[in-house]
Write a protein that binds this ligand. Structure first.
Ligand SMILES: NC(=O)c1ccc[n+]([C@@H]2O[C@H](COP(=O)([O-])OP(=O)(O)OC[C@H]3O[C@@H](n4cnc5c(N)ncnc54)[C@H](O)[C@@H]3O)[C@@H](O)[C@H]2O)c1
Ligand SMILES: [Zn+2]
Ligand SMILES: [Zn+2]
Length: 339
């Protein structure tokens, strides 16, 4: 069994996996598939280097089956099909005490602060486990983590059936937000600049335009009878997106910032005053979002097979990073960890 070890400097070495025997409260998982995302690409490019112990194993969007359980683990046995909510909170900080442990002040993100899932056998705390129904394939199940991000974002947005949602950025997260919002009965308009992604989003039934080709705020106004969007999701992480987001909401409309910015963007605060806007941040997910994501994935109504554009073996991880880097023609890249 193999693992992909990140050596820094945009290099991976594939080598024998070093299985960690699960101790009290831990389980060991035979990982099936692991998705790659922008966070992994940032690590690959040298971001958050102070949080990594090299050689580092990345990966936090996975599916697999339990191989072994340590002492004190109840309700889980070898063979159980699972995914992992990759958060390890401290349990005692002010956020944890307020039941916001997903944004714990001392949060350890498994896959960054701890070894991740790009290894054949992976040992994690049992409290991170979510059970997968038999009807959900292992490939599709590796999409549960990003779907859970979208479920959290849409839940915090309070988007209701019949409301109009504008989504800026049609990467995996923006598209999943659009699909989850549509599943909730919202009307969605998506802005994306990458041609391949515009076409894919349209093929998936999402009304999508490029803000480089059309005046997006004008189109939102036109679609809403001049009112503006009930809710706006900023999922592009771009300065242009941060500028556009305040132009879209209706009076007392809501903006949810999902994206992570390399540099603090400029935001037009005047619009908050002018239209009495509300701004909310949304970070990762809570257990309820994972359960909702599993339910949605298992229902088979999300076009997950279309979002998975590539499946690579573990020893071609670097190629996957390069493809994401070019950004041109991929959506979600999965790694077949057992191959
Ligand atoms: N809040 C969280 O916990 C959380 C979790 C996962 C990801 N994220 C963040 O969410 C963002 C989206 O994640 P992703 O994996 O989909 O990333 P991604 O980079 O694949 O997607 C961003 C998309 O925005 C598009 N874009 C860029 N500029 C644009 C513009 N001006 N207008 C419209 N579209 C534009 C890009 O072409 C790209 O398709 C990232 O910033 C990521 O770091 C946050
Ligand atoms: Zn991710
Ligand atoms: Zn805490």
């Amino acid at each position: 069994m193999q693992a992909a070890f990140f050596a820094g400097n945009q290099k991976f070495d594939t080598g024998p996996c070093v299985p960690v025997t699960p101790v009290g409260g831990q389980v060991q998982i035979r990982v099936a598939y692991c998705g790659l995302c922008g966070t992994d690409l940032h690590l690959f490019h040298g971001a958050m280097a102070h949080r990594l112990t090299l050689p580092h194993v990345m990966g936090h969007e996975m599916s697999g089956a339990i191989e072994a359980a340590g002492t004190g683990v109840h309700g889980w046995k070898p063979g159980d099909r699972v995914t992992v909510r990759p958060l390890d909170p401290c349990g005692s900080c002010p956020a944890c005490r307020m039941e916001h442990s997903h944004i714990c002040h001392n949060l350890k993100f498994i896959g960054i602060d701890r070894p991740g899932a790009l290894q054949g056998l992976w040992t994690v705390p049992a409290h991170t486990l979510h059970r997968l129904p038999d009807s959900l394939g292992m490939r599709e199940a590796a999409m549960v983590e990003p779907i859970a991000v979208a479920c959290h974002d849409v839940r915090l947005s309070e988007a209701a059936a019949g409301e109009f949602a504008a989504v800026i950025g049609g990467g995996p997260i923006g598209i999943l937000i659009a699909l989850v919002a549509q599943a909730r009965g919202a009307r969605v308009l998506l802005a994306e600049v990458n041609e391949f992604r515009v076409k894919l989003a349209r093929d998936l039934g999402i009304d999508t335009v490029s803000p480089r080709e059309v005046d997006f705020p004008a189109l939102v106004n036109e679609r809403t009878g001049g009112a503006g969007a009930d809710v706006v999701f900023e999922v592009s992480g771009s300065q242009a997106g941060a500028e556009m987001m305040t132009k879209l909401p209706r009076t007392r409309g809501r903006i949810v910032v999902v994206a992570i910015y390399g540099e603090a963007p400029k935001v037009d605060l005047f619009r908050f005053f002018w239209r009495e806007l509300k701004l909310a941040g949304a970070r990762v997910y809570e257990p309820i979002d994972f359960e909702h994501a599993i339910e949605l994935a298992a229902a088979g109504t999300l076009p997950l097979d279309r979002l998975i554009t590539n499946v690579l073996p573990l020893n071609r991880l670097e190629e996957g990073m390069r493809q994401m880097e070019r950004g041109g023609d991929c959506m979600k890249i999965l790694v077949n960890v057992q191959e």
